[in-house]
Write a protein that binds this ligand. Structure first.
Ligand code: PMP
Length: 430
């Protein structure tokens, strides 16, 4: 098991001496990664791993066009964003053009946490209210505001009990079995929005991943967002879509998760994929909402959407277009999904395969009747896959769903290699 070289072990000890425990790493003994290439990671011993996990590096590790974009812009200028630069305007225009009307106004930031934080502040300024309705089992970031609305117990076991009083949660759409009755979920969320209004504390915002990434790549029930968005707007609040994980073409069929639900949010938060690992996030909203923020809020970010970050943002969009990566997510993702489903027919541990495109979630259960989560098994399977050269990790409150969200250049051969390795682990034990 990694880390095999003495160097890797020594460096891990040094990491542990200088980092706090809360700064976790994947695996008990993480491989020491020194390079990446497309959907592969290479450790200090030269061992190559298949990366099924990295949705941040959306166009692939070490993409030559990203390197060129970074170096080219750094050679010219990269400084404080209160001046005026061509690459920033060009990227912002392209980003706004990816969204439907009336979403036409862009704020550039450094990360997903900052984007969701700003989205919540925009809603507070718009509505004059602090109360937020959010879905349970979600992760939205680590800042004070975004941590408050993150209720994934996998990330924080006391997440639900420790919410501030202005955070109101509604059930997560994923309740295990794929055939579980989800028809009541929208009604429950609408009832909570109406209850708050009736109590004199109407929600300023409803916040959700429009396709539920953190719970394992689960589509919300049809009509869910339409019903809840209408309810929150009826009482003067805003609909916020956290597209940090699922947006940007990964779902294959849709560029944005909200398209799957046939709705248009008031505020969209984006990050991760848009920078391919370079710190870049954004909020896109309407002109009216952005203007209202001006009266009560303040916005300036020293490095958010810098000329270099914006050059990266444009390069990522060029690559997604030129290499047909959204189409690849749709086609290779469908192929991967069908192979996982076939595997599920032979291995009862696979209870369901959730997701779309390159956001897939094979869910491991001990028993199809009770749907009892195979949490320990999932961890052991990930460890065994790592030994076989495949990086995979669990997600969801029970940590029993693999978050399969590879770089979007993932090939059919890589899909086969992943499924074959998983088949081997499920057949020979973990
Ligand atoms: N929202 C979602 C849905 C996320 O998955 C994450 C990161 N895991 C964030 C927000 C926060 O993004 P960042 O780590 O870039 O701050």
């Amino acid at each position: 098991a990694a880390p095999s070289s003495p160097d890797a072990a020594r460096l891990l000890a040094r990491r542990e001496a200088v980092f706090a425990d809360v700064q976790e790493h994947y695996f008990e003994e993480p491989p020491l990664m020194v390079r990446g290439w497309r959907e592969h990671l290479i450790d200090a011993d030269g061992r190559v791993y298949l990366d099924t996990l990295n949705n941040v590096t959306s166009v692939g590790h070490a993409h030559p066009r990203i390197i060129e974009a970074v170096a080219g812009q750094w050679r010219l200028i990269n400084t404080n964003s209160r001046f005026h630069y061509p690459s920033v305007v060009e990227f912002s225009e392209r980003l706004a053009a990816l969204l439907p009307a009336p979403l036409d106004t862009v704020f550039l930031v450094n990360s997903g946490s900052e984007a969701v934080d700003l989205a919540l502040r925009l809603a507070q300024a718009w509505s004059g209210r602090r109360d937020v309705v959010a879905i349970r089992e979600a992760y939205h970031g680590w800042t004070y505001l975004t941590d408050a609305v993150s209720t994934s117990v996998a990330d924080n076991p006391s997440a639900i009990e420790t919410r501030p009083e202005w955070v109101h949660t509604v059930p997560a759409p994923h309740r295990g079995k794929p055939e579980a009755d989800t028809t009541m979920l929208a009604a429950e969320a609408v009832a909570e929005v109406d209850r708050l209004a009736g109590a004199g504390t109407p929600a300023g915002a409803f916040l959700a991943e429009p396709f539920f990434g953190n719970a394992g790549g689960v589509a919300l029930p049809d009509g869910y967002l339409d019903a809840v968005y209408r309810a929150v707007r009826r009482h003067g609040g805003l609909a916020i879509a956290d597209e940090v994980q699922v947006g940007y073409g990964r779902l294959g069929e849709w560029f944005w998760g909200f398209e799957q639900q046939g709705v248009i949010p008031d505020v969209v938060a984006v990050a991760k994929a848009m920078g391919n690992g370079h710190p870049l996030g954004a909020v896109i909203t309407t002109r009216a909402i952005a203007e209202r923020y001006r009266t009560g809020g303040y916005f300036f970010s020293s490095a958010g959407g810098s000329p270099v970050s914006s050059a990266v943002g444009s390069a990522v969009l060029d690559i997604i277009r030129d290499e047909g990566l959204q189409q690849n997510a749709r086609d290779t993702g469908a192929y991967l999904r069908s192979r996982l489903e076939v595997l599920g027919q032979r291995h009862p541990l696979i209870g369901a395969v959730h997701g779309s495109g390159f956001y897939l979630g094979p869910e491991f259960v001990r028993d199809h009747r009770t749907w009892s989560p195979a949490t320990e098994e999932t961890r052991a399977i990930c460890d065994r896959l790592r030994e076989l050269g495949v990086i995979a990790q669990p997600t969801g409150d029970h940590q029993n769903i693999l978050k399969v969200k590879p770089p979007m250049c993932f090939t059919r051969a890589s899909a086969d290699a992943f499924v074959d390795a998983l088949d081997r682990v499920l057949t020979t034990g973990w």
